[in-house]
Design a protein around this ligand. Sequence first.
Ligand SMILES: Cc1cc2nc3c(=O)[nH]c(=O)nc-3n(C[C@H](O)[C@H](O)[C@H](O)COP(=O)(O)OP(=O)(O)OC[C@H]3O[C@@H](n4cnc5c(N)ncnc54)[C@H](O)[C@@H]3O)c2cc1C
Ligand code: SF4
Length: 516
Amino acid sequence: MIEIKTARASGRLILVLGDQLSLTLSALQGANKAQDVVLMAEVAEEASYVPHHKKKLAFLFSAMRHHADLLRREGWTVRYIHLDDDSNKGTLPDQLRHELAVSDRSQVVMTEPGEYRLRRALLDWAEAAGVALDMREDTRFVCTHAEFQSWAQGRKQLRMEYFYREMRRKTGLLINGDAPEGGKWNYDAENRKPAKGDLFMPQPRHVPRDAITEDVLALVETRFAKNFGSLEPFWLAVTREDALLALEHFVQTALPLFGDYQDAMLTDEPFLYHSVLAQYLNAGLLDPLEICRRVERAYYDGDAPLNAVEGYIRQIIGWREYVRGIYWLKMPDYTHANYFDAKRPLPAFYWTAQTDMACMSAAISQTRDHAYAHHIQRLMVTGNFAMLAGIDPHELHEWYLAVYADAYEWVEAPNVISMSQFADGGLLASKPYAASGNYINKMSDHCQTCRYDVKQKTGPGACPFNPLYWDFLIRNADKLRGNPRLGHAYRTWDRMSEEKQHAYRSSAAAVLDGLT
Ligand SMILES: Cc1cc2nc3c(=O)[nH]c(=O)nc-3n(C[C@H](O)[C@H](O)[C@H](O)COP(=O)(O)OP(=O)(O)OC[C@H]3O[C@@H](n4cnc5c(N)ncnc54)[C@H](O)[C@@H]3O)c2cc1C
Ligand code: SF4
């Protein structure tokens, strides 16, 4: 992963990307504050390779500007290129070419980009331009590329659970002697409760805006007026200091019930007991191990139960590290995987939230308002619907990449392509996460106010997830019938009368015909 070419000795240009907002960044290690210059740039290409949510853009630009100030306070010389600066060249390679030309520097140091696209572009540029580019491994992860490759090598199935145990052993998190704390590695069985409305439901910490954020909000409103999403309300943390306070707030107010209600959904409660920290973590404002150690401490201090703490730590050192490993193992063709050959365009309501399906409307509305939806909404509502309806997974991938404040391809693509769409044929999951309305009804209160009837299986008033579920299984029977975990579902279908089967298929056709 590390590529070093020799260069003439002079101060170096240290490129810091928008999701590398950490003082501990590998690119800064061993640098000379007196000679080296840190370059940060808000370039149009990065801001528009997908139509990012306005709030995501504002969060990142503001966090970048605050980070540049922090670096200066730490004694670094920072060259910061604003989106509207005359010297802004629009792409990172062009900006680097320009900066090297106007300075006497010939060597660039950086931490590897998280996305394949940018990594390839910068390596190709450096090679073509004959520039010495020292691209270093990103040390802000628990698992290195080499460790993941060696774990994956020779395994038929890459199950997260086994990877997660390795990460527990490596970090010592919730390990007692040689054994997992409490005797079990995983307490998920305790974590599937539906939630009830609660006047005292915790809310993420709201941070007052400062002048930098106000400037950025105005900039985004003008330059990205047509992008999806609301800028208001804007209360995200944009500094490490505030991100740490957000972590503390989560631990004190929501962590104890995080496990119990992890899979629950409630109307008008977009965040429930989730941490809403992924955007800070993925941008570098927080470190995964510091989060996990703080959460672990809450357990040992008696402030949070084991099912919540283990469940939370598993999301970070398990799922997050694991999907990153999968991404780098499978790129570059990965984001075009399409196991079911699904070709339907993304329905317009993914951008407008205008649908009578109460669950979809809730998930998309809060995505529009907050650039946030929690895991089960992404997986079992918007993701499930797309897979059942046969939406093109690449188009869906671009939607997810655009609309969430925490979305970067390395973490988004495995979640969308593999986990939610099964578009790789089953690398991450032993069966597709396909579900009828019954699952959503069990885990949420959405069906109570929906125009559709979740109990009705077919016909115009039926919950669309019901006929779509069967239609999906039958449409893809050649690929799924042999899956032992779906044996029961296919046997149920086979026992149905022809009339009932026909009613399901024609109801599904009516739903699909109505998608625009
Ligand atoms: C279709 C789909 C798309 C997703 N896209 C993204 C994405 O673009 N960026 C992103 O960070 N996460 C993504 N996730 C994972 C997860 O939904 C988000 O990390 C989570 O909702 C962020 O909210 P939170 O911080 O409140 O998380 P919490 O529920 O509080 O979880 C704690 C932390 O665990 C990590 N985490 C949890 N689940 C996962 C997971 N499956 N993969 C990786 N990390 C995880 C996150 O860092 C998160 O902050 C996606 C999941 C699905 C099903
Ligand atoms: S009835 Fe169906 S569409 Fe309506 S909220 Fe329930 S699951 Fe969603």
